[in-house]
Design a protein around this ligand. Structure first.
Ligand code: SF4
Length: 463
């Protein structure tokens, strides 16, 4: 089983993990969680609050008294998928509450689905709960409805997303996230660390740090100090990453959505030391300075190839994942060729690519010289061909190496695992076909790589 080519918008969230059966007469809510890992964290928070109030959570439409659909509105195609999911929930259950990014445009939803019971926007947790109370009144039993210590998580138990901030201070022209989610608001460092510590105590083996702009963490708080373990910790990504890494030597800490600001260099020694995973998910989006300027990207002027060389010098094992947009308005053949040449030189390990799409409300819609669809497709094909060749060569070089992997799933055919170079949902896997019987999800084992494909590896457990 392979989840590649990398999917940038893992729209299908993993199935919820429930640990307590529903009791007789308990009010029950279903949840359909669309969109990115950040939306998934929102869904988890809503479900955690509902569990605390005595609601049961249903894994299917039929067992639910109402269904919450947490929507994504990032691209027009995501909006269409959200509308489709709302339609399905209405057909299957009939009592539907909508929240999330698309909730910022209530008329868009009620225009298509007038029977929706309530619409709330992103992060309006209180409003979602009010809507649930109205649709399905709570009926808690204080002796039975105890909240699990770590809240409700939609991810498998051995890994968990940790959201460190919300919103974004940038204004990339193709993106409406700042309009939907507002300016950067970072959580206090000790709140993030306490949550992470609880997760580790509950058996989580991998923490995935997410936000819209992880490198900017704490800027809005002026990097204030908060008390932590008898001392103080600064709301700054370097300090936060260090403390997360110190929680346990047996837990992986992976950073997502890191922008190449100069201070990112300070994270690399933490990777070289083994405190956090040598993995940077860094959305470059393009390489030509003019395209980046038209996108109004943060760090557009950064000399990214020099930065990459410096990171690799300081941490030779570092794995770089990035995303790109091809066919951005005004992208000339020369600009695109610069991107291909850059990719040749940068030799990124993992790459995802979007063809540019207009999004209602985005400023890039008004730019001149939109690229025709056929040409976008052609550029995407050329880009992916190169990216795949790089990925294949990088994976082939791993054959014979001994690597630590984390086990995600076991079935009768084998164990699906990931190396430190693979984030869940978006990167590749390492499969073990023999001698996997004693393994369980969350185990970490050492394997020797025997075979490599375009995106995945196969290996056997080392003695
Ligand atoms: S940095 Fe740009 S692309 Fe990322 S959330 Fe902010 S505005 Fe959107």
């Amino acid at each position: 089983m392979s989840q590649n080519p990398p999917n940038l918008r893992p729209d299908l969230a993993p199935k919820p993990v429930f640990d307590t059966p529903r009791r007789e007469g308990q009010p029950t809510i279903g949840m359909v969680s669309l969109g990115c890992p950040k939306a998934l964290v929102d869904s988890e928070r809503i479900l955690t609050r509902l569990r605390a109030e005595g609601y049961a959570i249903s894994p299917d439409y039929k067992g639910a008294d109402a269904v919450i659909v947490n929507t994504c509105g990032f691209l027009d195609s995501a909006k269409a998928e959200s509308l489709e999911a709302i339609g399905e929930a209405l057909r299957e259950n009939g009592r539907v509450l909508v929240t999330g990014c698309l909730g910022a445009e209530p008329e868009y939803i009620t225009g298509a689905h007038p029977k929706v019971m309530a619409v709330t926007g992103p992060h309006q947790y209180e409003a979602v709960l009010d809507a649930v109370h109205k649709a399905v009144p709570p009926s808690p039993d204080p002796f039975i409805d105890l909240l699990p210590a770590t809240g409700v998580r939609l991810t498998p138990r051995h890994y968990s997303y940790v959201k460190i901030s919300e919103g974004c201070n940038h204004a990339c022209k193709f993106c409406i996230i700042p309009d939907m989610r507002g300016k950067l608001v970072s959580r206090p460092a000790h709140a993030v660390l306490r949550e992470a510590e609880k997760l580790v105590e509950a058996g989580v083996r991998e923490l995935l740090v997410i936000s819209q702009d992880t490198s900017a963490y704490g800027v809005d708080r002026k990097h204030d100090l908060s008390p932590w373990k008898g001392g103080e910790v600064r709301a700054h990504i370097t300090d936060l990453a260090r403390e997360l890494g110190r929680l346990s030597p047996d837990v992986w800490v992976r950073l997502h959505y890191v922008y190449p600001y100069p201070h990112v260099r300070q994270l690399v020694p933490l990777m070289a030391e083994g405190l956090i995973l040598p993995y940077l998910d860094i959305p470059f989006q393009h390489a030509h300075p003019e395209t980046l300027r038209r996108m109004a990207r943060p760090a557009a002027a950064a000399k990214t190839l020099d930065e990459i060389a410096a990171w690799r010098r300081d941490c030779p094992d570092i794995v770089l994942r990035s995303t790109f947009i091809v066919g951005y308005p005004g992208e000339t053949e020369e600009e695109f060729q610069t991107l291909l040449d850059w990719l040749d030189e940068a030799q990124l390990d993992r790459v995802g690519c979007f063809q540019y799409e207009n999004v209602a409300g985005a400023r890039s819609n008004a730019l001149p010289d939109h690229v025709p669809d056929g040409l976008k497709q052609e550029r995407w094909d050329r880009f992916m061909q190169k990216a795949q060749a790089i990925s294949e060569a990088k994976l082939a070089a791993k054959v014979g190496q001994t690597l630590q992997v984390i086990v995600d799933e076991i079935d009768e055919e084998g164990a699906t695992c990931r190396t430190k170079a693979d984030a869940p949902e978006i990167d590749g896997n390492l499969f073990i076909d023999e001698g996997f019987e004693g393994l369980a999800p969350g185990d970490m084992v050492t394997v020797t790589v025997e075979e490599a494909g375009e995106y995945d590896l196969w290996g056997r457990i080392s003695a």
